[in-house]
Design a protein around this ligand. Sequence first.
Ligand code: P6P
Length: 341
Amino acid sequence: MKQKKTSLTQYLIEKQRTDHALPAELRLLIEIVSRACKTISHAVSKGALGGVLGSLGSENVQGEVQKKLDVISNEVLLEANEWGGHLAAMASEEMEAIYVIPNRYPKGEYLLLFDPLDGSSNVDVNVSIGTIFSVIKAPSDVAGREHICEEDFLQPGHTQVAAGYAIYGPQTMLILTVGEGVVGFTLDREMGSWVLTHDNITIPEDTSEFAINASNSRHWEAPVRRYIDECLAGTEGIRGKNFNMRWIASMVADVHRLLIRGGIFMYPRDAREPNKPGKLRLMYEANPMSFLVEQAGGMATNGRERIMDIQPEGLHERVAVVMGSRNEVQRVTDYHLSPES
Ligand code: P6P
């Protein structure tokens, strides 16, 4: 008998109905974000045919060249989410300031943060990219306040109520957690619906695959260099096994791989800019990915502490990232905390 397909909508309604872990407004938010990701997937897949490749000649708040698709994706997410009444405000990698829901629409109790198109430097060379999103609750007093401000967003990652990403690759997939494990949906383009294809994503505790941009090795701190050197030593070294390396330079793609088959992803701080704790952004890259990784049984630190315990001080602050298979992340973290070990 043909296996019954579970749609995202059915999954969310059943989760809402069974364990009440999913308030209706949060279910609505996830559905709207998933619909926006379908729109982004469609725009991305057109490539040159859609006139959406290339750069705008502008820079975003990060000082990075803005791709046309960065701005398109950002606008898709803003327009999809501003009218629904489930959000008080949004924040994006592509915008310096927060986006407060306009007064012509009702405001809700959630705050949405996103990197609308992570890894967009890959879009012109047809490598997988994605949308990363994080959902937190607005402070309870927001309703009585005239203004929502950036400080309302500065909550540690462990306060997230949902997180996920869409990956625009050979398949378009949506990977999601609402705090009860990690599930994956594959976009059925014929029906235009997200179909549950991975009902319990878990990360193997061990791995023989690491992801890091090795061109930065001369800038790494000693614990990172020690870990990678031991991996490279293979069976002749203390690890007693050979390792494989991957680096797609698209966090969504590198993290998706480790969620599916295990691995460790690292973007450590380095000496190039010692005052910068790392390259990746805490609020809308590291925190949502850490929530997913932990919910899948993995571990996520900045080399020294749990990423989701970090108290943010700025909306666009950066952080060092070490995440993936628990035993490897623990080893790297131990090397940072006890260098003599
Ligand atoms: P590098 C993409 O620009 C990104 O923010 C992440 O998606 C990715 O992991 C990283 O930067 C790649 O950085 O220095 O290797 O180009």
